[in-house]
Design a protein around this ligand. Sequence first.
Ligand code: DLL
Length: 433
Amino acid sequence: MPWNDEFECMPLEEMQKFQLAKLKETVNWVMERVPFYRKKMEEAGVKADDLKSVADIRKLPFTVKNDLRDNYPFGLCAVPMNEVVRIHCSSGTTGKPITGPYTADDIDQWAECMARDLWAAGLRKGDIVQNAYGMGLFTGGLGFHQGATKIGCAVVPTSSGMTERQIMLMRDFGATALFSTPSYALTIAERAEEMGMPVKDMPLRVGCFGAEPWSEAMRDEIERKMGIMAMNTYGLTELGGPGMAFECEARNGLHINEDHFLVEIIDPVTFEPVSDGQRGEMVLTAIQRRAMPLIRFRTKDITTLTRERCSCGRTLVRMDRITGRTDDMLIINGVNVFPSQVESLLSEFNDEIVLQYLLVVRKKKHLDELIIRVEGKKEVFEAGPGKVTHVEKKITEHIKGVAGVGVTVELVEPKGLVRSEGKALRVVDERPK
Ligand code: DLL
């Protein structure tokens, strides 16, 4: 039985009626309250009453990541600040983060979506869950926390890092579920073996993983090493965080909470819809959120949809696992990083470097490693190795502080990086695909 069978098993026709009503409500909501949307809708010559079916969503304009940047921090917020009870953030394309404000009701909806997700993964009251998603501005930590709390699980909010302590607590508390990025799960599994306390020998039964791309091969590896079921969860800050889509026991795609999120798959070049089963960019509209409901947000994530019946009985449409992105966003251990953002942070050190750089992404054991090679100025090298190390350290700390991702900065001698003769090669991703 699903967590909420009324919505999770709703017949399509009824769901579409519900979606249309919520969509119209949301369009009115943002048109009345967000000047950005009022202008966009007026330019497109469309209003809520023009929407006669959910397919008419195509008449509405898109929202893109840069719209969030241009309206930083709260230009897209549709409620006064005294209605906002939480603000999360993730990296934007420049130094400015993406802000995600919530009303109290938005938080409740989020907890509901996460409860459906975790319930489908088999979590119940009585489970002890170790929540190793980053706890803080990142939506992973608190999103999973609220969902598991709603079900009645005992949550251990370890946050990420301090792996040996994670393992000790996992064993001592008898955790039955783990929440983390899939890459961190593998790190935990490996470290636990090295410590002589393999996860396999613990009561851990299930893991709920997401926030970064992972493959079926990685799922097999996690399941084998930990002796658990590994379930996939998808979401993004702009739409409120994790819990947008989740796997059920059939593990044949991720059910989308479509009473909350209207999903479209478009051709990223022509912007035309593609048919079910065809790959394209996922576009999402939040139809129940109130603090910052985005209309037709282009996620840049590539996937397919299917409406084929699922053996679990849920009627919610399913998306395939994410197979790529249409932009250059890198996901480093679950943290979104844009090369353009790194560039703008590097440019703040113009006295010591020239803006020639190369980002190298590698796997170090199971975790991602981001190495930034950037050319130092002649004077820095002339001042000796102490100065070089000092500059490297200064840039490392700055990027870590702003982008929230650990990096290794390596200063390269002037003219040490290959100059491009066409498009600059800025990223070398050496991670196995
Ligand atoms: O990563 C929310 C989240 C937290 C999802 C915990 C699942 C678990 P952002 O930091 O805004 O939000 O990053 C969103 O991460 O557009 C995808 O490119 C990628 N992503 C998220 N989940 C998955 C997944 C959170 N299951 C971006 N598979 C998205 C592949 C994922 N990619």
